[in-house]
Design a binder for this molecule. Structure first.
Ligand code: ADP
Ligand code: MG
Length: 376
């Protein structure tokens, strides 16, 4: 199921011009600073806001087309929406909340599929409770269940974790991950938290001040240093697929294999060989000319400088390909050697006399990669 959005809208002085399409199931992050127009875009897809011009298409169904005067009613759009605050009906039990949308739906899910969703979300024990005595995390799981039971063609999640504390976030994130990994329906996930995006998203659409700036795979987009000054909290970094190679519960560390490179991270519960995703922020990577001795950082990786660019006067963004055996001439797009990004001050780059194709060492503290790992 693909989604294509090409709309313009005006709210007071705020002009929205969004243009993107999503071809794949899985999670697409709609990322941008507060006030950039993310909620407005998903309200337009859901039919809560009618744009001035443009078109919204879901699979082969046209939801909105200004030129052809098409504007499908909300309930006919087959769109599941989870708001930032769960917005459950306070006078209905959890059970009645869950089946509210499903009841009125002609394309009902089979009872066994409904049961699977309720079990997957771990809410079967809550069915007879009232929303006002649920925790924030439980409310969000019920809201997610309500959206899924209506059997939507797309799921819209508007900062579904932002009202929760870190412990509640950790409780919900695995449900989003399993939804993503089932790959049954496309999920548009609004967020302004880069670590959530790095953990969950497959694709990423970057929004700033009502405009879609860029659109692509999360692996490519998170490495884009040019987006950092534009999109507020955009924090350039690297997302790499890795695998749990071994682990030492006594020492409380796990060893990952990332394209042949061993990377030490704080202990993970995951079994050997579990595929995980590694997120390393560019500002957490140091560069050394020689392998440092007597240092607490656990990861000292031989790398070759393949790109240097000033992000502003004070800092440099440096791309580092794994390995010292790299033929620097052949490091164009054809090279599938993994690389990581480092952001350092121009002053230290000058002090170290860094230059293109130089063989150096990337120094990464183990703790900085914690919390951004997930099963692929
Ligand atoms: P985001 O979800 O990215 O934080 P929104 O889509 O909520 O952004 O808002 C985009 C812009 O539209 C903001 O500048 C906001 O002030 C404005 N806006 C949104 N809704 C309204 C409204 N009902 N009335 C006036 N301005 C609004
Ligand atoms: Mg919003």
């Amino acid at each position: 199921m693909s989604i294509s959005v090409s709309i313009s809208h005006q709210i007071g002085k705020f002009a929205l011009d969004a243009d993107f399409s999503i071809e794949e199931p899985g999670i697409t992050a709609l990322f941008g600073p507060s006030g950039s127009g993310k909620t407005t875009i998903i309200n337009i897809i859901a039919g809560l806001t009618r744009p001035r011009r443009g078109r919204v298409q879901l699979g082969d169904r046209v939801l909105f087309d200004h030129a052809r005067s098409i504007n499908l009613a909300i309930r006919k759009r087959r769109v599941g929406y989870v708001f930032q605050d769960a917005r459950l009906f306070p006078h209905m039990s959890v059970h009645d909340n869950l089946y509210y949308g499903a009841k009125r739906n002609r394309l009902k899910l089979a009872a066994s599929d409904q049961q699977d969703i309720i079990e997957m979300l771990g809410i079967h024990k809550l069915l007879h409770r009232q929303p006002n005595n649920l925790s924030g995390g439980e409310k969000q799981r019920v809201a997610l269940g309500r959206a899924l039971l209506a059997n939507p063609d797309v799921l819209l999640l508007d900062e579904p974790l932002s009202a929760l504390d870190q412990a509640r976030k950790e409780e919900i994130l695995p449900y989003f991950e399993s939804l993503r990994d089932q790959r049954k329906l496309p999920i548009l996930y609004v967020s302004h938290a880069i670590d959530e995006v790095a953990r969950l998203a497959d694709q990423m659409v970057v929004i700033d001040n009502g405009k879609t700036l860029a659109n692509g795979s999360v692996f490519d987009m998170l490495g884009r240093t040019d987006l950092a000054p534009l999109a507020g909290q955009f924090d350039t970094g690297t997302v790499l697929p890795a695998r749990v190679a071994s682990r030492d519960p006594k020492a409380q560390v796990s060893f990952l294999d990332c394209a042949g490179q061993r990377i030490v991270v704080p202990y993970l519960g995951h079994a050997i060989n579990t595929p995980v995703r590694l997120h390393i922020r560019a500002r957490d990577v140091m560069i050394a000319r020689t392998p440092p001795a007597g240092i607490s950082a656990n990861n000292v990786i031989p790398v070759t400088i393949i790109r240097m660019a000033g992000s502003n006067n004070d800092t440099l963004d440096i791309s580092l390909a794994f390995g010292h055996d790299l033929d620097a001439i052949h490091t164009g797009p054809a090279s599938d050697r993994p690389s990581i990004h480092a952001r350092i001050t121009s002053w230290s780059a000058n002090r170290l006399n860094l230059g293109l194709h130089q063989k150096v060492f990337a120094v990464i503290k183990s703790v900085t990669v914690n919390g951004h790992l997930r099963e692929q």
